[in-house]
Write a protein that binds this ligand. Structure first.
Ligand SMILES: Nc1ncnc2c1ncn2[C@@H]1O[C@H](COP(=O)(O)OP(=O)(O)OP(=O)(O)O)[C@@H](O)[C@H]1O
Length: 270
């Protein structure tokens, strides 16, 4: 086992604070070799950023959906802030690869929607949405509709909509997958800068190992189906205080990348 790999029976819960997200032997069994999850053990600390990586189809999105209360599981125990996961928690925000903006609403209207469904009054939601769009660099595009925005700009609107509610739990599924490599790095940089004022917990699924190392405090590797956690890496690069260029030049970044790559690759079958 690699020196950086933490044994899989370690769920990563440090200290006495109850975990923000706790999965104990969470499984989704649909029959034999087709089982999806075969006992996920994971504890995410309050305020921690955790990235999940793993081979395609291993059940990463399925697990996120469970945390978001959108998908049942067949056995095990899963809690979010000490309670069973529930869809539509007001303190959670879930963002997907596709930006899912409403085409008939302008950027401002799309961001406001997140506050509208939470019952925030009109003036307040307009003020907050305007501020959130300014933070993602779209102060001049408030009244543009999704069709008038580039893919990168749409993703910025989606990010503003995700963060405007100041969620305690941020759940991101491949948020930048639809973007070209350059724009994706800029979005990672933007997300990191926005997260400097964020004290909540983030759980992100990504195919991009570099993105996982850049954004997370810990990277969790899911094995092939039926999936369990096969490795956990403490990143320890101080990403929240550095820029992406510095991070990627750090030799520890390459060491982690190689170790995680090898972990996923060893289970890859053509
Ligand atoms: N309740 C269910 N019954 C049967 N199959 C299911 C169920 N829930 C999920 N699956 C299947 O489990 C598989 C895992 O999908 P999932 O999208 O979670 O994997 P993933 O690791 O996120 O994949 P990718 O990396 O390609 O996005 C899919 O083939 C999906 O159709």
């Amino acid at each position: 086992m690699n020196a950086m790999t933490i044994p899989t029976d370690f769920r990563g819960n440090k200290g006495t604070m109850p975990p923000a997200i706790l999965a104990e032997q969470v499984s989704l069994r649909v029959g034999g070799a087709k089982d999806i999850l075969a006992g996920i053990d994971l504890a995410v600390r309050d305020g921690e950023f955790v990235a999940i990586v793993g081979p395609s189809g291993c059940g990463k999105t399925t697990f996120l959906n469970m945390v978001a209360g959108l998908q049942p599981f067949t056995s095990g125990r899963l809690t979010v802030a000490g309670s069973s996961p529930k869809a539509g928690r007001r303190d959670s925000a879930y963002a997907l690869a596709r930006d899912a903006l409403l085409p008939w609403r302008d950027a401002l209207g799309n961001v406001e929607l997140a506050l509208q469904v939470r019952g925030v009054d009109k003036d307040e939601r307009r003020r907050k949405a305007t501020e959130a769009l300014a933070k993602v660099g779209l102060a001049d595009a408030l009244h543009r509709h999704p069709a008038q925005l580039s893919q990168g700009m749409r993703q910025r609107v989606a990010l503003a909509r995700t963060l405007v509610t100041e969620p305690r739990f941020l759940i991101l599924d491949e948020p930048f997958a639809a973007l070209d490599a350059q724009t994706r790095i800029r979005m990672q940089e933007l997300l990191l800068s926005l997260l400097k004022q964020f004290s909540g917990t983030m759980l992100i699924v990504t195919h991009d190992i570099a993105e996982a190392i850049t954004l997370a405090d810990r990277v969790v590797v899911f094995g092939p189906r039926p999936s369990r956690v096969t490795a956990i890496y403490e990143v320890g690069l101080g990403a929240r205080e550095r820029n992406i260029g510095e991070l990627r030049a750090d030799p520890q970044f390459s060491r982690l990348f190689e170790a995680i790559w090898n972990d996923i690759e060893k289970d890859f079958e053509l």
